[in-house]
Design a protein around this ligand. Structure first.
Ligand code: MN
Length: 473
């Protein structure tokens, strides 16, 4: 049982939002076009479907929100809106609901001068952590809950995982616990404390092990070593003809693997990181009990990859159909998108390796990703980390678009650096702003936009700013 409560004033804001929705007929949802935002949009759209409310929905990137026209009676923003100057777009007759967990530019006492109806629900207004304690999808679920739709709670769990809200502690915490508790009580989700390896349901275990990249181990990028490790621990590689996945292991086997990984890691990391090692190896995972066993939909983390693949290829409609329950043609479509997405990622990584594009400085490493789409450069940075030096963050840059010469920069790093107290989201924001750009994000995954002629300056400043923080041997 969780002892977390929604702050009273926030709860009241939800009551008001419910009433506004009940009183409105012509509704538009703008939601962010990432896994969290698509989950949020699907929850809201499902609520409106059930209320027989006509509505339109659009998934947008943050920059597209700059020139918006608000024409509908009620506009709901989810997983975005708090950072935007909504006043510029509205009429006095507009009704606006914002459900966002990003840093807000307005506070609770904000008075708009257009006199429109604004109900902005943001956890940061109540000193609740918006990076780890509630996601955009979670905020949308809490609204659905006001209508009694507790069956949508699993999507709130998916949104939080897709938003990496559990990435530091390996658990869902804060208001996320309320959502998780609903999902567990309703029978939609099972929490499994498990090894922290990606691909629990679908990836052969020896492959999952070879992707371990927070620290470079003998098994990293080496399936032969991974297979040898399993043999040594007497863990069978196959079930009949099929490779075992993490979800096939007995608790005893998981225990042996956990101990061995902790041992290997403790030997491989500098002393100051040793205390953080167990957190690298174990974490809660979330299983969707209504999904078929051994499919990527069964595990929250793998499911979120499917949604992300759709979002990065502008196929939000497919993701939306899946989230609304279509498991027939939408699932086939998503599998195709996912497969193509993985092919593109593998090709791109191969190219970066072939061309030897990773540049290493004292405290950082980066690659020129010119030609890579802006929305996958972060994923690539995360995957390529295992080719570089895990002690340093990996950054990649690419041009924003043919029309816009600015650079999009993405950063990924080992979770050990975050456990050690480094928050790269804050650092990248500061450095980007110092060269006339903008940035932010999580401690282990973040990004920035900067003018292209400031590239050298940006990387130099970034490198310098980490003096003394990075173990760079
Ligand atoms: Mn979000």
């Amino acid at each position: 049982m969780t002892s977390i409560d929604i702050p009273q004033r926030m709860d009241k804001a939800y009551d008001n939002a419910k009433k506004t929705i009940e009183d409105s007929e012509d509704i538009k949802i703008y939601s962010h076009n990432d896994c969290d935002g698509i989950s949020a949009g699907s929850i809201l759209s499902t609520v409106l479907d059930r209320l027989n409310k006509d509505h339109q929905k659009e998934f947008v990137s943050l920059d597209k929100l700059e020139n918006l026209e608000i024409e509908h009676e009620l506009t709901i923003f989810s997983d975005l809106g708090s950072g935007q100057e909504i006043d510029k777009f509205v009429k006095s007759s507009s009704k606006i609901i914002i459900l966002d967990h990003h840093p807000p530019i307005r506070d609770l006492n904000y008075k708009n001068h257009v006199n429109y109806e604004l109900n902005e629900i943001n956890p940061l207004h109540y000193s609740i952590d918006g990076s780890h304690h509630i996601s955009g999808g979670g905020l949308s679920y809490l609204l659905a809950k006001k209508f009694g739709y507790l069956d949508l709670s699993w999507i709130g769990v998916l949104a939080a995982v897709g938003d990496m809200q559990n990435s530091i502690t390996g658990k869902l915490e804060g208001l996320n616990e309320i959502i998780l508790q609903d999902a567990v009580e309703q029978g939609y989700v099972k929490v499994v404390n498990d090894l922290s390896l990606y691909g629990r349901q679908t990836r052969p275990l020896f492959v999952a092990l070879s992707y371990f990249s927070d620290v470079e181990l003998p098994i990293t990028n080496n399936t032969t070593e991974a297979i040898a490790l399993m043999k040594e621990l007497e863990i069978e590689r196959k079930n009949g003809d099929v490779s075992k996945t993490l979800s096939d292991l007995t608790n005893n086997e998981k225990g042996k693997l956990f101990s061995e990984l902790v041992k290997m890691l403790s030997k491989a990391v500098p002393n100051k990181y040793v205390k953080h090692v167990p957190k690298l190896v174990a974490a809660d995972s979330y299983e969707f009990l209504c999904e078929e066993d051994k499919t990527f939909l069964r595990d929250a983390s793998e499911f979120s990859t499917g949604i992300n693949a759709c979002s990065r290829n502008n196929k939000e409609d497919i993701a939306l159909k899946i989230l609304k329950g279509n498991r027939i043609e939408a699932l086939d479509e998503m599998e195709v998108v996912l497969k193509d997405h993985k092919t593109v990622l593998a090709q791109t990584i191969h190219e970066i390796e072939q061309k030897d594009l990773i540049v290493e400085k004292e405290n950082i490493q980066y690659f020129d990703g010119t030609g890579i789409k802006t929305n996958i450069v972060g994923t690539i940075a995360g995957m390529i980390l295992s080719q570089g030096n895990w002690r340093k963050p990996m950054l990649g840059f690419t041009q924003v678009s043919d029309e816009n010469q600015d650079l999009k920069i993405s950063l990924r790093c080992s979770r050990l650096l975050a456990y050690d107290g480094i928050h790269f989201g804050n650092i990248i924001r500061k450095i980007a702003e110092s060269v006339g750009g903008s940035g932010g994000g999580h401690s282990v995954a973040c990004g920035a936009y900067i003018p292209s002629n400031k590239k050298e300056e940006f990387f130099n400043r970034f490198n310098q700013s980490l003096d003394g923080l990075i173990v760079n041997s």
